[in-house]
Design a protein around this ligand. Structure first.
Ligand code: NAP
Ligand code: G4F
Length: 331
């Protein structure tokens, strides 16, 4: 069988690392775009990397940036992928209020830069867009493909542009371009400043004697939290579907930040109220109160359903962070 070639933007992120792993397992050649940084930023994919001179090497990295059209065009030309998974983004909602213009440039315009490179490519390339449940914002749950968008942050507004431009290129140019509208998904590789990881890492550091408290913002908001590798599997399925389309990917269950705290602290037999302080710095000018997805379309058409649920996920993340601190884990 012919070996497929995938290009992954955001390969150094949580999702990019799991997706690269899964594609390599399926015998793909995987190319990723990485940013130049003054420190190493490939820790999530180092375990996948072979020296490029090794004849068995199947993972290749290229310097580029979603803000730089010429690098994107050059990489798409050079790699000539069968599939592009576009995950690269300034992905932090709270930070998007501090850097709204940069967020729009990378998240919204970055997507159209990449789509333009695909449009002018000689071969047909399938395109996956990392859309987000943040698009739903204040729309009432459960949210499905039919729910109206009401974005509540510069990040969500930029993702709304990206969502619609993907649909527009599909309709205008007949491109195989699909949106995965993914609800929150977490893992031991989740960035340390997202709330679940902040909590599991914070507990591990408290137990290791490095920190005394965890400072958080709004504990009342509710999220539909799933496990990242289940969600990267959904991305792959979306591009293997018979036609380009848009899919909600979610567990269908929702829990508050407070519940996540309670779950994690109870695993180490501590009362979270003794270790958590509220810092208004972490409040958002406008909040998304409740996300709870309805992924029945993905179940029916892609045969996708989540394998891991809330309690197991909390335990897995806490266990990994405790072991990183040299402690005995909870698994
Ligand atoms: P992440 O861990 O924050 O990773 C983001 C990736 O984008 C990193 O590889 C980052 O590179 C890269 N990136 C950032 N700015 C870039 C730029 N200017 N040019 C090129 N690459 C850039 O995010 P994630 O959780 O894996 O999420 C992947 C995608 O899914 C993102 O688009 C996110 O918005 C979207 N999404 C995530 C969730 C979720 O719950 N995780 C849900 C829905 C949608 P560095 O490593 O150099 O920073
Ligand atoms: O973990 P969060 O920062 O994730 P958020 O804002 O839901 O965004 C994530 O999921 C989206 C999908 O719905 C992605 F598109 C996006 O890229 C990202 O991956 O915050 C979750 C909730 C929020 O309501 C926030 O206000 O936790 C609340 N929270 C409370 N204290 C906090 C904190 N969030 C963070 N990051 N840090 C806190 O101290």
């Amino acid at each position: 069988m012919e070996q497929k070639v995938a290009l992954v933007t955001g390969i150094t992120g949580q999702d990019g690392s799991y997706l690269a792993e899964q594609l390599l397992e399926k015998n793909y050649l995987v190319h990723g775009i990485i940013r130049r940084a003054s420190t190493f930023n490939t820790s999530r994919i180092d375990h996948l990397f072979k020296d490029i001179h090794d004849p068995d090497a199947r993972l290749f990295l290229h310097y580029g940036d979603m803000g730089d059209a010429s690098s994107i065009w050059r990489i798409v030309d050079h790699v000539a992928p069968d599939e592009i998974y576009h995950l690269g983004a300034q992905s932090h909602v709270r930070v998007s209020f501090d850097i709204p213009e940069y967020t729009a440039d990378i998240v919204a315009l970055g997507t159209v830069r990449l789509l333009e490179a695909v449009r002018r490519a000689k071969k047909k390339i399938k395109f996956y867009q990392a859309s987000s449940s943040e698009l739903f914002g204040s729309s009432a749950p459960p949210q499905s493909e039919k729910t109206a968008f009401h974005p509540r942050s510069p990040y969500a507004c930029a993702k709304a542009y990206a969502y619609y431009i993907v649909q527009n290129y599909r309709e205008s140019y007949g491109m195989f371009a699909s949106n995965g509208i993914l609800f929150n998904h977490e893992s031991p590789r989740r960035g340390e400043t997202f709330v679940t990881r902040k909590i599991t890492r914070g507990i591990a550091r408290i137990l290791a004697g490095k920190d005394k408290l965890i400072y958080l913002g709004n504990l009342d908001s509710k999220r539909d939290w799933g496990y990242a590798p289940d969600y990267t599997d959904a991305m792959y399925r979306i591009l293997q579907h018979k036609k380009a389309d848009d899919f909600v990917i979610a567990t269908g269950k929702t829990h508050s930040v407070r519940e996540f705290l309670e779950e994690c602290f109870s695993l180490v037999k501590l009362d979270w109220k003794d270790y958590v302080k509220i810092d208004p710095r972490y409040f958002r000018p406008s909040e998304v109160e409740v996300l709870q997805g309805d992924a029945s379309k993905a179940k029916k058409e892609l045969g996708w359903s989540p394998k891991m649920q809330f309690k197991e996920l909390a335990k897995l993340m806490l266990d990994a962070d405790m072991k990183k601190e040299g402690l005995k884990g909870v698994l």
